[in-house]
Ligand binder design. Structure first.
Ligand code: AKG
Ligand code: FE2
Length: 287
């Protein structure tokens, strides 16, 4: 475990928009987490089958926080929370969280964006609605659970100082202007832990070959902002939580959106090729 100086980290985040906290979570804890999620990351979530929900080229572990106390302990790490509360100048809670695997892809790419926004699920339209809030100030952390060669997180250094002036979520059209300030976390070992002001423009670097990247993501928002996603825990862990952990995990508060993503039935449909041969067989039967 490394010694972290919260004041130093706060200065770095204020200046650059991000800081490297690698070492805050031990290698052993990363291994335990990987072991606990291993089987679920290989099968779609359905009824009692514990697994992932698919979205584009990513697999999101359903009910992420229910897999082990070690996962809760990352999201509520005391040093991380201390830094987040000082930075947000408020108490913080976990508003968004996920463990997900990103697959190399020709078809899907994440756009440059920021996350100082309110997400709400519209039950009638069955869609997430986003509202950018310039005053929303908090932190996101991203920890790699696999070694990452390509497809790492990219941040635009210092952009938290000017992004709030633009009332928009997507920044792809301005890429030429901030090209020289892009910092990429490629070629980083598992356990790499990056924390950033979520008004810092960022994305996952698009890549179309190489290894799958599994990451753990958490957004810590000031208590003046809405609660965020539902937090579903395993009763096994409830008696072992401190008062501070319960605060961060939003005990007693109504969620204000749903867990993202919702997913589709796509995973359960036969691949197109099989479907075609199946229909051919049917045709032959009836000819
Ligand atoms: O996976 C990444 O590198 C970034 C993820 C992200 O920006 C998000 O989920 O909002
Ligand atoms: Fe993001």
């Amino acid at each position: 475990m490394i010694k972290i100086n919260p004041v130093e980290i706060l200065n770095l985040i204020s200046e650059d928009g991000y800081a490297d906290l690698t070492g805050i979570i031990s290698e052993d804890q990363v291994e335990i987490i990987n072991e606990k999620i291993k089987f679920a990351m290989e099968q779609p979530h359905s009824n009692g089958q514990r697994g992932y929900v698919k979205q584009g080229c990513q697999r999101y572990l359903a009910d992420t926080l229910s897999y082990g106390k070690e996962i809760i302990d990352v999201y509520t790490n005391p040093t991380l929370i201390e830094i987040a509360e000082k930075y947000a100048e408020d108490l913080v809670h976990l508003s968004n969280y996920r463990i997900y695997s990103t697959y190399p892809s020709e078809d899907f790419k994440m756009w440059w964006h920021l996350d100082n926004k309110i997400d709400t699920y519209d039950f009638e339209k069955k869609t997430f609605i986003q509202q950018v809030v310039p005053d929303d100030k908090g932190l996101i952390f991203l920890m790699y659970l696999t070694d990452v060669v390509d497809g790492g997180v990219q941040l635009v250094k210092g952009s938290h100082k000017w992004s709030r002036k633009h009332d928009q979520e997507s920044f792809d059209h301005m890429e030429d202007e901030f090209m020289d300030d892009i910092v990429t976390f490629n070629n980083c070992p598992k356990g790499t832990f990056v924390v950033y002001d979520y008004a810092t423009i960022h994305r996952a670097k698009p890549y179309n070959g190489g290894q799958v990247r599994t990451s753990m993501f958490g957004q810590l928002s000031p208590s003046r902002m809405p609660a965020g996603e539902p937090i579903l825990l395993n009763v096994r862990d409830l008696n072992h939580l401190t008062k501070k952990q319960k605060q961060v995990l939003n005990f007693g508060n109504e969620p204000t959106t749903l867990n993202w993503p919702i997913g589709t039935l796509e995973e359960f449909l036969p691949p197109v090729k099989e479907e075609v041969s199946f229909i051919k067989k049917l045709r032959r039967l009836f000819q």
